[in-house]
Ligand binder design. Structure first.
Ligand code: UDP
Ligand code: MG
Length: 335
């Protein structure tokens, strides 16, 4: 018997997803910086660059990078779909026991990757990151960001961490779960919290952009904020009910006020027609708003239904699927 045969320990496969929009000037340097970190780690890495319909040379440069680095795959979107969709495309295509998403502008330091993977090895299924705001960020960006997180946390049941970033590690289970969530207006930072799983948090100081300026225009930021608020909250739909009740209360108060004039014998002080008109106005307005709110409730329910979010998510899905695939492969070979 040969006892010398040793099986090498299976290397953990790590997928890295990087969305890029017009990052031609910085992507080469980003890739170098990323590789400097990856080359020191005992894992098998694959990198998915998602070109989100760049109008510059981003696609050509990444094609060139992938020609020299077999770990690199380029996914090219047909037009600019936006950061969240680019991330989704990456998550749909990347495989690995664990996946990390990060920006390609150098603001998410690749040097943090070992720490994220260490937490994964400790059993965490999602490792979030949170920006410690660097002094360099503009007041406008800081204020809008603070305001946004304040609002979303007031409105939604899913708590979204202040200053969280789309720099995140997810186990294969989490990625498979995320793939089941197909809603069009998506805010991945919120979805991942909604999913649950064992999670850890790492804080980091964002670096300066390697080159270029932010690709998140004010319009794109507003779009993301409205997707976040409206896809995680049906509260705005319920506002009508609240307002309706306020009006009905006012109608009642007005009725009491009028009654006081009648009882105290000061009826003559009332302008004729004022009381009845006012009462009808407030009453009808209130009832209409309440009915609108009731319709809003139904629309809220429909809204939640059409999103088709999975009703629950399981742990161990990834290994179950791997087992099925292995069995199928075996079946094919023996058939
Ligand atoms: N990005 C993208 N599609 C877009 C906008 C941005 O893929 O429509 C990418 C961008 O190239 C970068 C990441 O998303 O890698 C984050 O964008 P950016 O750095 O401009 O946002 P900021 O850090 O200023 O919030
Ligand atoms: Mg950035």
């Amino acid at each position: 018997m040969n006892h010398n045969v040793q099986t090498l320990p299976q290397l953990l496969h790590v997928g890295i997803i990087v969305p890029l929009y017009n990052e031609a000037v910085g992507v080469q340097e980003f890739h170098k910086r990323l590789c400097a970190v990856l080359d020191r780690l005992p894992y098998q890495f694959n990198i998915w660059y998602v070109d989100d319909g760049s109008e510059d040379q981003t696609g050509a440069i990444v094609t060139n990078i992938s020609a020299h680095d077999s770990r690199v795959t380029l996914l090219q979107l047909s037009r600019n779909f936006g950061h969240q969709i680019a991330l989704t495309a990456g998550l749909d295509h990347a495989d690995g026991d664990v996946v990390i998403t990060m920006d390609g502008d150098g603001q998410h330091p690749p040097e943090l990757i070992p720490q994220l993977l260490e937490l994964y090895e400790q059993g965490y299924e999602i490792v979030f990151t949170q920006r410690i705001e660097a002094a360099g960020a503009s007041l406008f960006k800081r204020l809008t960001s603070k305001g946004f997180y304040w609002l979303i946390n007031r409105l939604s049941e899913t708590e979204v961490l202040f200053d969280s970033a789309d720099f995140r590690l997810m186990s294969r289970d989490v990625v498979l779960g995320l793939r089941q969530i197909r809603e069009y207006h998506r805010f991945i930072r919120g979805l991942v919290i909604w999913m649950g799983y064992r999670r850890a948090l790492v804080r980091f100081e964002p670096d300066q952009r390697i080159a270029g300026t932010t690709k998140y225009s004010v319009r794109k930021m507003l779009n993301l904020a409205s997707n976040a608020v409206f896809s995680f909250s049906t509260l705005p739909l319920k506002l009508a009910i609240l307002l309706g009740f306020v009006l009905v209360l006012l109608a009642v108060a007005e009725g009491v006020y009028t009654l006081y004039f009648f009882i105290s014998g000061q009826r003559s002080l009332l302008v004729p027609g004022w009381a009845s008109l006012m009462f009808a106005l407030l009453g009808i307005g209130g009832v209409q708003l309440i009915m609108l709110g009731v319709i809003g409730q139904y629309i809220g329910l429909i809204f939640q239904e059409v999103k088709h979010r999975p009703l629950y998510l399981l742990r161990g899905q990834a290994s179950a699927r791997q087992q099925i695939e292995a069995e199928e492969a075996l079946h094919e070979r023996t058939a």
